[in-house]
Every structure is written in C-alpha cells, then in structure tokens.
Design a protein around this ligand. Structure first.
Ligand code: HEM
Length: 216
C-alpha cells in the first residue's frame, strides 16, 4: 500500500494537465498583458455560469459524508461574481451574457454527476476553489493592475472569510487525505479532476475562438 497522501498523489498526477490549463493562450495572453478588458469580462461571464452550476449542485451533497466535509459557505462565489458583473456590465448584465459551448459542456458535466458520488463533486470543487485560492490570488493582482480596478470587478478572487488561504488549503488537503479511498476510488476522482481541468482549457479555447470570430 502506498503511504503517499492522496492530496499529494492528486496534485502530482494532475499537474501536467494544470499546466495545460494555465498555459492556454487565452489565459497566458490575459496574464502577459495581450488580453483586453473585454477578454477579462468574457472570462468572468464564463465563471458565472460555471459557479452557478457548481453552487447549485452543491445542495445535493450537503448530506454526503465526504462532500459535506469540504462544502463551506466561506468559498461561495456567486454573490461576488454577481457584484463583478454588475460593475463590469451594468444592471442589465443578466441579459447580456451567454455561455460558450465548452461552458455548457462543463456545466452539464457538473449537473450530471451521480448525486451519490461525493468524490465526483469533490473533484470539481477542488479544481475550481483550490485554484482560486492558489493561482487565482496572483491572477487577481495582475487583473487589478492591468485594468486599473480596485476591488470592484475582481471580487471573485476575494475570499473575505478565508484569512489564510495556505492554512485553508492544508485543511482541505487533510480532509482529502482522510477519506481513505481505495485505489480504484482514488483513480476515479483523479480522472474527474483531469476532466475538470480539460473542460477549463476548452472554455479558454472557445473564448479564443469567439475573439477570433469577432475580429474577422
Ligand atoms: C494564470 C493561470 C494560473 C496560474 C498562474 C496558476 C498557478 C498556480 C500555482 C502557483 C499553484 C500552486 C500553489 C500552491 O502550491 O499552493 C496552483 C495550484 C492550483 N491551481 Fe492553478 N494556476 C492558474 C490557473 C488555474 C486554473 C484555470 C485552474 C482550474 C480551473 C487551476 C487550478 C489549480 C488547483 C486545483 C491548484 C491546487 C493544486 C494542489 O495543490 O493540489 N489553476 N496554481
């Protein structure tokens, strides 16, 4: 039996896929200064649809023995995304936003998860929120600086109820390590995290394609 904690195995086994997501042209352009404010807004819009699904489906897992250990209102992003969209697009934001096709595929995957499979929900929860508490904290500063934003417009990246993201992530990893998943159960979760990363990469690809279509 391996003594490596599951959280470490998960990170190691998915880090290449993380690098593909992080390195997607749409994201790297935003980070390097080639992306525009409209690109950033397009990303916030996709986040809205993704978190709307994630945080709605979360309700199905409140009684799940495993998922309930990572679900917390301290992570909830929808109120912050709504505030960002109101700031960036105005009060009619809801009528102006559309998911790209990959976002529809992503939200359908979250919605179609087996309600009895806590690990599947945790895979999506982990991929988004631990990312927001990691690279997201860097993305936040770059977007603020690049687009001259204060807190308005980038509240998605602000976790008022999490004073120490590193400590929070360590507690989250400890929860993952405590589930005692069998090799087969662990593999299934790792596969779902890889699927979640890939879906995020596809959202970036669609956002690049949508940009290209507008530019023609
Ligand atoms: C510019 C884009 C990105 C940068 C610069 C970035 C950077 C990073 C860095 C430096 C870490 C390690 C932090 C630590 O050790 O505590 C990290 C972790 C993580 N990132 Fe990203 N990231 C980016 C995009 C993304 C995206 C788009 C996602 C998912 C949708 C994501 C998901 C994650 C996750 C889940 C972790 C935690 C891994 C673990 O420790 O288990 N990241 N990221």
């Amino acid at each position: 039996m391996s003594s490596t904690p599951f959280s470490q195995t998960l990170r190691e086994r998915t880090w290449n896929t993380h690098s593909d997501t992080e390195g997607a042209t749409f994201m790297s352009d935003l980070m390097s200064g080639k992306g525009t404010l409209d690109d950033y807004i397009a990303l916030v819009v996709q986040h809205y649809f993704i978190y709307e699904a994630l945080e709605r489906v979360e309700q199905r897992y409140l009684d799940n023995a495993e998922a309930s250990q990572v679900i917390t209102g301290r992570l909830t992003r929808i109120p912050n995304l709504v505030a960002d969209l109101e700031h960036l697009l105005g009060t009619n934001w809801r009528e102006e936003i559309r998911p790209v096709p990959a976002t529809e595929t992503y939200t359908a995957r979250i919605e179609d998860l087996d309600p009895a499979w806590g690990g599947g929900f945790i895979a999506h929860h982990y991929t988004r929120y631990l990312g927001d508490l990691s690279g997201g904290q860097h993305i936040y500063k770059v977007m603020q600086r690049r687009f001259g934003l204060g807190e308005d417009g980038v509240k998605f990246y602000l976790f008022d109820d999490i004073a120490d993201p590193t400590e929070f992530k360590n507690e989250y990893r400890a929860a993952l390590d405590g589930f005692g998943w069998s090799g087969e159960q662990a593999e299934r979760v790792i596969d779902e995290v890889i699927a979640a990363y890939t879906l995020n990469t596809e959202v970036f690809r669609d956002l690049s394609a949508a940009k290209a279509a507008v530019a023609v």
